[in-house]
Design a protein around this ligand. Sequence first.
Ligand code: SAH
Length: 359
Amino acid sequence: MNALANEIAALIAAEGPISLERYMTLCLQHPRYGYYMIRDPFGAGGDFTTAPEISQMFGELVGLWMTEAFTRAGRPPGARLVELGPGRGTLMSDALRAARVAPEFRSTLEVDLVETSPTLRELQAQTLEGAGVKLNWRTSFAEVPRAPLFIIANEFFDALPARHFVRAGRGWRERLIGASREGKLVFGLAPEGERALRVEAPEGSIIEVNGVAQRLMTEIASRLVADGGALLVIDYGYTETSLGETLQALSRHAPVDPLAAPGEADLTTHVDFAALGRAARAGGAKTLGPVTQGAFLREIGIGRRAETLFRRASEAQRADIVAALRRLIDEGDPREVMGGLFKAMAVTHPQMPDLPGFG
Ligand code: SAH
């Protein structure tokens, strides 16, 4: 048992079993032991790799998309570029370089980086040193000042905590995390039923609810409606709300038991794009998509960008460009390629003209 497991077991001994939402929050955000708080999880030596870390093309295309959204929004003065969960800062760095094609966007911009991890904030500062824009770090989206906002969230919503409900008898009970007599963390069920959940399903079925993500989406949508702008969400997830759970713990690119070593593995759930879309529309915003990442990147010109890079590249670099392109857009086996499992969805001010990438 690691230090965080002991702390959680003590918490359970004092207060009783905890929700998955609370468990995920402790695992990911605990100030001393939280997964993101104390490490750089990305890349071959880490636990997982993200699209901007695979190729510069990804961040560049996102930067061009943001530039286009700014133009179609009528070039609102005082616009801010916001990133939720910027990781190593790679996406933002590539996006800002590509946005140089639109000096009226690039030169007046302030950037807000919504990041809780001190370790990653430091890496972001290093990566973005000399980017030539004013950088502001925020602990939550609520701290971003009011202005027309152009927001990117890549692999951010999957890191927000979820709750599970299990069909037991004639109702639903929340799946909780308790501790065995030896202090080992185990899944169990709340003694009381959830009266508000009225879906019929076979015994043992699980419903996964990401209330934190949905509430954040409604908050962002209300801002876009009030002040203008657009949000681009890219993440792994599904397009129809359905039964079943997707909790996964990843360590060194392989799945592990989510209760075995809290804080040492990345803990995520797949994003319910249907629920996020409903939350955004409930906030008064317009939604575009979701479409697959492959379709989105193809439509906004990843093929042309890859060709340009290819022409200028050495033989070895050429192989990398082709491999990266395949990994980003192919819609085959999600253990190897991202194009199908990952989806893109945009949320905009209701009067925003349609934006590229969504057919
Ligand atoms: N977008 C990056 C990193 C994705 S990993 C990329 O594509 O490479 C998730 C990122 O979100 C990390 O930077 C993590 O520290 C941050 N994060 C996770 N939960 C958060 C929260 N609740 N508030 C703010 N940032 C969070």
